[in-house]
Design a protein around this ligand. Structure first.
Ligand code: PMP
Length: 285
């Protein structure tokens, strides 16, 4: 089946879909995006994604390309046309097209692109996937990573470094020696006191939608979450480590910079959090 993309008001074959060469997203990374997981044909954490899109657009004074409800209808239509049951939807809003100049007008026509991709369904969605390894890399990003812009070159470079050594993700280390987040995911550990630790949302991380859900669910489950950043050393000594993203959801980690983490066969707290997420979202087994 050929894939269909939505580009500025039109549904078109994915292969021929194009944006103008003077789109500011292309020239200045002047664009924001969202990636939303799809399970059983439904979007996960839809409201949280739209709220974050609203935040990103607002911080950059990019107008909404259409109303929130029209966008929801269009996203559903892209999922339907691509017959995605399990996968993800990508949407990108750029400030739009203008003759190349650094400054911009706050009244441009934003460009909207939406695509949907099917991914393989796991054998058993109730259990966590097989653990993966991560490495650490310096966090060389700009200071507004709370805005979900397409300026992802530092993230890409860190991920490339991880790929080169056969690791799934790179955890980024800031100037204070703390783990901020992964190149495309949030970073978590369960420390020796059984506290779930993740970096606070102080502008130096992207506030992940799965992160928001897990913090809420942890409270319901009586699991202590402490939004206090941790060092790589604390991560090496952690009982459990995992990452979260709309793509991976909850992904256990068994090695960081070559150090084995906890007893990888247990991952009790990660599994409990995953179970709570899984039940809340009524994901099919
Ligand atoms: N941090 C970064 C840098 C990311 O790119 C992502 C993925 N969008 C996340 C965290 C996780 O966010 P979410 O849970 O909304 O996918």
């Amino acid at each position: 089946m050929s894939r269909i993309a939505y580009v500025n008001g039109r549904y078109c074959p994915h292969n021929g879909a194009a944006i103008h060469i003077e789109d500011r997203g292309y020239q200045f990374a002047d664009a924001v995006y969202e990636v939303c997981g799809i399970r059983d044909g439904k979007m996960l954490d839809e409201e949280a994604h739209l709220n974050r899109l609203d935040w990103s657009l607002g911080e950059l004074e990019i107008p909404w390309p259409m109303t929130r409800s029209a966008l929801q209808v269009t996203m559903r239509e892209v999922i339907r046309r691509n017959r995605v049951r399990h996968g993800m939807i990508y949407l990108q809003v750029s400030r739009g097209r203008a003759r190349r100049a650094h400054s911009y007008s706050a009244h441009m026509n934003p460009a909207l692109v939406i695509t949907a991709t099917s991914t393989p369904r796991p054998q058993n969605a109730q259990v966590l996937p097989q653990p993966v390894s991560v490495i650490t890399q310096p966090d060389i990003r700009w200071q507004r990573v709370d805005i979900k812009t397409v300026a992802l070159l530092p993230n890409s470079m860190a991920r490339h470094a991880a790929d080169n050594v056969g690791c799934r993700e790179a955890w980024l280390i800031n100037a204070e020696g703390k783990v901020t987040e992964g190149s495309s995911s949030n970073a978590w550990i369960v420390d020796q006191q059984n506290r779930v630790r993740t970096h606070p949302t102080n502008g130096r991380i992207l506030n992940g939608t799965v992160r928001q859900a897990l913090i809420r669910l942890a409270k319901q489950e009586g699991i202590e979450v402490s939004e206090i950043a941790f060092t790589p050393q604390e991560a090496y000594e952690a009982k459990e480590a995992f990452l979260t993203s709309s793509n991976a959801l909850v992904q256990p980690i068994n090695q960081i910079d070559g150090h084995k983490i906890g007893n990888a066969s247990q991952n009790e707290i990660s599994q409990q959090l995953w179970r709570a997420y899984y039940i809340e979202n009524q994901i099919a087994p």
